[in-house]
Design a protein around this ligand. Structure first.
Ligand code: ADP
Length: 603
């Protein structure tokens, strides 16, 4: 209580419209400062009265001694004077006494502020917390309104009704471990508040600040049960735009979320080369998501019996009917089996409409396993995923059989475009592709890595459009081919990508930012006219963008080689890419010493 009496009146923590640091220094205050003007007038009267009466009574006292009059004989005038003396004395004591007592007790406490500066700032910081939890660390400063533009009360952002006493209790419980952090959303029914409380608890437990990781500006309800558990904020990734990418006669502006300098610029240059050469063409070769459970039998013979049954054309219709119950979009295409001893791996492939399809195919597989159990009761289901699928791991099965969308994309780049836009020659590109992407990758024992940097483009588009970035592993499988055509004049370039795993519904595609990027490409959500065409289009765009990225980086490398062979590499320009474009409007990767050119030039 004493704290309150001592601190609050002298240092208002939150003067509306004024930052605490901006508050003018407070004059030393006295209790008497608070007195209204009539009181000063009264005090003056009593002050004068007191001394006048003292003077009068002293005079009367001296007179009585001189005339030997007994002191106890008091005249009415003397009685009135004594009464006035007592009254003015009481008034003066109460008037100056408060100030005296305050100066004795309170002023040293006020002076002690300077000794308690640290505590002061803590208290002020605490007082300035408009919100109860972690977000306060990221709170914008209290707005400073110029006097002339002082806002109306209605314009001032409302302070939260309670400064979070309730939240403070919850934070303490989460920190103490009596409320599990994961249960906050269900307990509070407010995802944003749950994230803020979790964040603040985490900061207190770890002692680490999360300043810089934003909390505000995100719809936490949209990720509940779908995209991310136990959120405490979100990471910002810039989105750049490459294009137009002219693909199958349509132009696309391709959003790429990346923090790698030069990547978007490089892809953009590739898009330009494709555009001025008349565009690229893509073909969807295959479209099917896979899931491969592993089951075990008592013997290899029994495992082989099930393999025969599953791969028999006679069984297919029945199995497909069972499988397809999982979704109106799931359509079983094939079952391929592999045996390891008495263990059987069954690779189910199905179309999944516009969804990437992992959930859909898993549900279908579960239906079939339940169905098989009747005829094969000795079948022991070890796992619904036995890695023969194969999801998010480098695997030859995806490279050879495909997974998701298999796409080939090609373009013929005219000789003058190779020379003027890409700043290299057809011959140099063909040679480099053969020695780097084909022979070099073979030497390295590559698995689907016969390209320069497909994963760069795949990852950036995946993040921008809400795909599963972990599927970048197999989605980046790509063989880049370059050949001289039209009598050696022009360049035929292609990328073949057997396992692009994308969807335009489900997962992260529904989130606001990712959905906006899909919308930009014209493939947002489910296609109403032809289910599956949006995700197929997205896969084509991924392949087309990879084609652009391959063209540009390979050209940068080839140009570097050319320039090197001509001994024109400037000192310090280690990768040569800074030399490839002399014209200002075509400079794309030109800071060798900052490492940006090396990022493009060394893959
Ligand atoms: P995934 O299988 O890629 O994990 P989800 O199961 O999360 O995807 O999302 C697919 C959901 O979207 C399913 O419930 C499906 O019924 C629904 N859906 C609506 N329209 C389509 C469509 N055109 N293609 C695929 N799924 C669709």
């Amino acid at each position: 209580m004493l704290m309150d009496v001592r601190r609050r009146p002298s240092r208002p923590a939150n003067m509306p419209g004024l930052k605490t640091e901006d508050a003018p220094p407070l004059p030393s205050t006295k209790a008497s400062d608070a007195l209204p003007h009539p009181m000063y007038f009264t005090s003056t009267v009593f002050f004068t009265l007191f001394f006048s009466v003292v003077y009068y009574l002293l005079g009367r006292w001296r007179e009585k001694i001189r005339t030997s009059t007994p002191l106890h004989l008091i005249t009415p005038a003397e009685t009135a004077a004594i009464a006035a003396l007592v009254a003015s004395f009481i008034h003066l004591v109460s008037f100056f006494g408060i100030d005296f007592v305050q100066s004795l007790i309170l002023r040293p406490a006020i002076d002690s502020w300077s000794d308690e500066e640290e505590e002061d700032s803590l208290v002020r910081k605490e007082d300035s917390r408009g919100l109860p939890c972690g977000q306060t660390l990221d709170c914008p400063p209290v707005p400073v309104y110029p006097l002339a533009a002082k806002p109306k009360i209605a314009d001032i952002p409302a302070e939260p009704v309670s400064p979070g006493e309730k939240d403070e209790n919850i934070i303490s419980s989460v920190v103490a471990g009596t409320i599990p952090s994961y249960s906050l959303e269900s307990k509070l029914g407010d995802c944003k508040r749950a994230a803020a409380i979790r964040r603040e608890s985490l900061q207190r437990v770890t002692g680490k600040s999360l300043q810089g990781l934003p909390l505000e500006g995100f719809d936490y309800e949209s990720i509940l049960g779908q995209c991310c558990e136990m959120p405490i904020g979100y990471v910002q990734i810039p989105v750049g735009i490459a294009g137009p990418l002219l693909l199958n006669g349509r132009e696309f502006s391709v959003p790429m979320a990346t923090t790698e300098g030069c990547l978007v610029a490089s892809t953009n240059r590739g898009c330009k080369a494709i555009l001025v050469s008349g565009g690229a063409t893509s073909v969807l070769l295959r479209d099917g998501m896979t899931r491969a459970p592993v089951v075990r039998f008592g013997s290899a013979k029994r495992a082989a019996e099930l393999k025969m049954f599953l791969e028999s054309p006679k069984s297919f219709d029945e199995l497909a009917a069972v499988f397809n119950r999982s979704s109106r979009f799931a359509r079983l295409q094939s079952i391929k089996c592999a045996i390891a001893g008495r263990n059987l791996y069954m690779r189910f492939t199905c179309s999944t409409g516009d969804a990437m399809g992992m959930n859909m195919v898993s549900k279908g597989v579960q239906n079939v396993l339940d169905f098989l159990q009747t005829d094969f009761p000795d079948m022991d289901i070890i796992g619904i995923s036995g890695n023969f699928c194969s999801d998010k791991k480098p695997a030859a099965v995806n490279w050879i059989e495909g997974r998701g969308k298999s796409v080939v994309c090609e373009a013929v780049i005219k000789s003058d475009v190779v020379k003027n836009v890409l700043k290299t020659s057809v011959e140099a590109l063909v040679e480099l592709n053969m020695l780097k992407n084909l022979t070099g990758s073979a030497m390295a024992g590559a698995l689907g890595g016969f390209n320069a940097h497909a994963s760069n483009i795949v990852s950036a588009i995946y993040i921008a459009t809400g795909q599963d970035p972990a599927q970048n592993v197999e989605s980046s499988h790509c063989i880049t081919m370059m050949e001289a055509v039209n009598g050696g004049q022009d360049l035929h370039v292609s990328v073949t990508m057997p396992s692009i795993e994308v969807g335009t519904v489900g997962g992260g595609t529904q989130l606001a930012s990712q959905s906006a990027c899909l919308n930009l490409l014209g493939v947002k959500g489910a296609s109403k006219d032809s289910p599956g065409s949006n995700s197929a289009q997205l896969a084509s765009i991924v392949a087309g963008s990879v084609l652009a990225g391959e063209l540009s980086l390979m050209s940068a490398l080839a140009a570097g080689q050319l320039v090197k062979s001509l001994q024109q590499i400037e000192q310090g320009c280690l990768q040569g890419c800074c030399l490839m474009n002399k014209k200002e409007e075509e400079r794309i990767v030109c800071h060798p010493l900052k490492g940006t050119s090396s990022q493009v030039g060394t893959r």
